[in-house]
Design a protein around this ligand. Structure first.
Ligand SMILES: [Zn+2]
Length: 298
């Protein structure tokens, strides 16, 4: 059994055929999927999917760093970054962080806080890095309070995220997802106890592919980041696990297959990782699945 630890199955991309997408995943051996939200609304959708597909889909709830561009988080009470609960009947609209905490109460379908973190990939995002760090910190504190792992996004901003983590009273446990930094970055996150996963970027970036063998067996996770980051061949065509055949995972490639990624492709990425690490596919399957079950307490 494989586990896709990062698939945004609430995207509109799946609105017509999610049942088939999940069937294909399960038929290919990807029996469990973690679905992270990126704001309150999508976090709610992730919980709904976990209810609809029990024991196959598990939810993560969180506010993505890009959301600082859409929301005013300044109104969050500043007490150590953790929002206080509003008084009952309060007419004030609740801040996203308060709503996030409410989602967590009594929900054992939620296995992580994510995806959260920092993003410095555009000028606009770099301009609100302080707000991003505050938002990330507050959500890490919520994760510590609820004893949940975090799923961390650190696009072009690993140092900024590490500063936040090091400022916390205790290091949270969690996953650095879609890792794309360098060898020193891998060392930094491993030394803080984190797990690491890569997505389709290992199929087109030699630089990222070289990092795959640096993650110890007991810290490696698999993910697709669906519907994004579809794996690609040398010509740039998307690669998919063949959908038409029997249950053996055959690889299909070609521009007609479309750019939408899906959890079944974790098996293709596992094959690539097997080659990059010089291990056996069944060992990659077992170790990454054991790691996901341990980290997310599935
Ligand atoms: Zn994501």
């Amino acid at each position: 059994m494989y586990i896709d630890t990062h698939a945004h199955l609430w995207f509109d991309d799946y609105k017509d055929d999610l049942d088939q997408v999940i069937e294909r995943a399960v038929a290919t051996g990807v029996e469990k999927m973690i679905v992270p939200g990126t704001d309150i609304e999508s976090s709610r959708k992730a919980i709904e999917l976990a209810k609809k597909y029990p024991n196959k889909i598990f939810a993560a709830v969180g506010i993505h760093p890009e959301e600082v561009l859409n929301n005013n988080f300044e109104e969050t009470p500043p007490a150590f970054g953790v929002p206080t609960r509003p008084l009952a009947g309060s007419p004030v609209e609740e801040s996203p962080l308060v709503q996030l905490q409410k989602l967590l109460d009594g929900q054992d379908l939620i296995k992580a806080i994510g995806e959260i973190g920092t993003d410095a990939s555009t000028q606009e995002l770099r301009g609100c890095m302080n707000a991003q760090k505050e938002l990330f910190k507050s959500q890490c504190e919520i994760a510590l309070e609820y004893d949940l792992p975090i799923i961390v996004h650190t696009r072009e901003s690993l140092d900024e995220a590490l500063v936040v983590l090091d400022s916390l009273p205790k290091m949270p446990r969690g996953q650095f997802h879609c890792f794309s930094h360098d060898e020193e970055g891998i060392k930094q996150v491993l030394s803080r106890g984190f797990y690491v996963s890569f997505c389709g970027n290992i199929s087109w970036s030699k630089r990222v592919a070289r990092l795959v063998s640096l993650v110890p067996d007991d810290r490696l996770l698999l993910e697709t980041d669906s519907p994004l980051m579809v794996p690609r061949d040398k010509k740039g065509n998307p690669i998919h696990i063949d959908k038409s055949s029997d249950h053996s995972p055959k690889i299909a490639q070609g521009s007609e297959l479309g750019d939408r990624n899906e959890p079944a492709n974790v098996v293709y990425l596992a094959q690539l990782i097997t080659t990059l690490r010089g291990q056996k596919l069944e060992d990659i399957e077992k170790m990454s699945t054991d790691n996901a079950i341990r980290l997310f307490r599935l």
